[in-house]
Design a protein around this ligand. Structure first.
Ligand SMILES: NC(=O)C1=CN([C@@H]2O[C@H](COP(=O)(O)OP(=O)(O)OC[C@H]3O[C@@H](n4cnc5c(N)ncnc54)[C@H](OP(=O)(O)O)[C@@H]3O)[C@@H](O)[C@H]2O)C=CC1
Ligand SMILES: O=C(O)[C@H](O)CS(=O)(=O)O
Length: 490
């Protein structure tokens, strides 16, 4: 493991992007009590920053400022909001390298992948800036001769956002993009593991001309306290959360007291199905992309890989050969494809799932062991059965478990036998089979002959206990608007 301390400021062209104070009401502030929490580079284990550790009082000030600033922002035209959002997008892309370096340092993903996330995150600012100009209403033929009926859409109000560590830039822009475009105020609380990317986003928001106070980033290690402030503060009209289903349930319970509107992007357990008429090389490519992207730490990663009996051994061999080409290491090192996991707990979960497969008679085909620090060997296991942990729990790590199946009906039933319903994937070439399977899978997203489905132009979200609502696409702004019906008597 590279023990060289991460001198992040030295790695940046623009060191002013590296902020450690919170951005509240248009000002960079320390916590009232001066406390901070550490941010650690998961690849090296060293502390790269100490960040302001806010309590509910500072967050309440951010919310009040956002409500005040929102009045003027919502009164601007969609085109005016779009022009500032375009500048924000341009600044993100101009600073893509620095933003990527900050992301790699705090989250661990390889620099090329981190820079890819910056482009993905910026695309939501670009997309929703354009959508700001298309928030259309409706006229309805009157029910009486002297009535004229219209429907207009208005910003819902101040939005509270809670986001996870695995996409520290894109998960915020996928929320603040539609919120700001709709004319809302926005107060975002990033995961304590990865606050620096969110703070850099705030630096660029300020430079782009997002009005002071409208947009705040409140950094805190006290996630539960901040969540309570978001759910109890009457100025908040919308809560948007990305993270585990477990925490999503907690927040929904807390939000019930104020009947707070919620968007939830929660956990997944994606099936990845390879039929015997699939192009196996294409299926391996898709499995590698879906399973090992972000070191398996995405909610849409293939979590269960079902392979039809006739091609099981061939697919397993091809996949293992592809996995052996992955290069595990420090995200700043050239040629590295796979960084560290985020915490010791994450490493232990992967180990637990592998040990459980072995205990049940399964076999490790390649990988299977942790390396030093938080690094883990990308792993393929075979002989996996439905009673194993990996069948019902999200691994959130570099483990590809292969399940064998016989028939189309059987695999659709097994794929759907989960409380989750976010992403799913399958590879086949028969058009009848493709039609039956894409319609039979109970998921918000279905990838057909592809392992990568994420884009700002399409609706991202899950069914069942994978979430509520959709992010991205022209659907994504609706969650930040309220419909108003006007009945005019003439
Ligand atoms: N559907 C989707 O798009 C995504 C889903 N996920 C899911 O999230 C999980 C992995 O991410 P992970 O970060 O561990 O998820 P968590 O749900 O543990 O955390 C997500 C965010 O919620 C915060 N949080 C935790 N507890 C509370 C609470 N009681 N009140 C308010 N906020 C809280 C965390 O803060 P802190 O970390 O500081 O404790 C973090 O910022 C996986 O299950 C994955 O599938 C992840 C990303 C995207
Ligand atoms: O946090 C996640 O896992 C993301 O939602 C996955 S994606 O949008 O980057 O595919």
């Amino acid at each position: 493991m590279n023990k060289q301390p991460t001198d992040l400021r030295m790695l940046l062209k623009d060191p002013s992007l590296l902020q450690t104070r919170a951005y509240v009401a248009g000002e960079w502030i320390d916590a009232d009590d001066g406390t901070t929490f550490p941010v650690v580079n998961p690849a090296r284990g060293d502390i790269i920053a100490e960040v302001a550790d806010l309590s509910r009082a500072e967050v309440a000030r951010a919310i009040a400022a956002s409500a005040a600033a929102m009045k003027e922002w919502a009164a601007r035209t969609g085109k005016e909001r779009a022009q500032i959002m375009r500048k924000w997008f341009d600044l993100m892309m101009e600073n893509q390298d620095d933003l990527g370096r900050i992301l790699t340092a705090e989250m661990g993903k390889p620099l090329p992948e981190a820079k890819g996330e910056i482009a993905y995150g910026a695309s939501f600012i670009e997309w929703f800036g354009e959508e700001a100009k298309r928030i259309y209403g409706e006229t309805i033929p009157g029910h009486m001769r002297d009535k004229r009926l219209t429907v207009i859409k208005q910003p819902i109000g101040v939005v509270a956002s809670i986001t996870p560590w695995n996409f520290p830039n894109a998960m915020i822009t996928r929320k603040c993009g539609p919120a700001i475009a709709a004319g809302c105020g926005f107060v975002g609380r990033p995961a304590a593991e990865t606050p620096l990317s969110a703070l850099a986003l705030a630096v660029l928001a300020e430079r782009a001309g997002i009005p002071k106070g409208l947009f705040s980033i409140v950094t805190s290690s006290r996630s539960s306290d901040i969540g309570k402030e978001f759910c109890e503060n009457p100025l908040i009209r919308k809560l948007t959360f990305t993270g585990s289903t477990q925490v999503g349930r907690i927040l929904l319970r807390q939000a019930a007291d104020q009947v707070l509107k919620c968007s939830m992007e929660l956990g997944g357990n994606a099936p990845f199905i390879v039929f015997d008429d699939a192009d196996l090389d294409q299926a391996v490519e898709g499995a590698m992309a879906s399973k090992f992207r972000n070191n398996g730490q995405t909610c849409v990663c293939a979590n269960r890989i079902y392979v039809q009996a006739g091609v099981y051994d061939a697919f397993a061999a091809k996949l293992a050969a592809a996995v052996d080409k992955l290069r595990v290491g420090d995200g700043f090192a050239d040629g590295v494809t796979t960084g560290p996991l985020i915490t010791e707990k994450a490493v232990e979960k992967v180990e637990e799932h592998i040990q459980d497969v072995l205990a049940g008679g399964g076999k490790v085909v390649t990988g299977g062991k942790r390396k030093d620090g938080l690094f883990f060997e990308p792993t393929v296991v075979t002989g996996v059965t439905d009673d194993m942990l990996v069948a019902t729990e999200e691994t959130f790590g570099p483990l590809a478990p292969l399940f064998r199946f016989e028939t189309e009906e059987e695999v659709i039933e097994k794929a759907n036998a989960t409380i989750f319903g976010l992403a799913s994937y399958f590879y086949a070439r028969d058009i009848g089979r493709i039609t039956r399977v894409q319609e039979g899978l109970e998921y918000g997203i279905v990838g057909v002959n592809t392992g990568i489905i994420s884009t700002e132009v399409a609706p991202f979200g899950g069914v069942k206990q994978s979430g509520l609502g959709r992010e991205g696409s022209h659907y994504g702004i609706e969650d930040y608007l309220e419909l108003k019906y006007i009945c005019l008597s003439i």
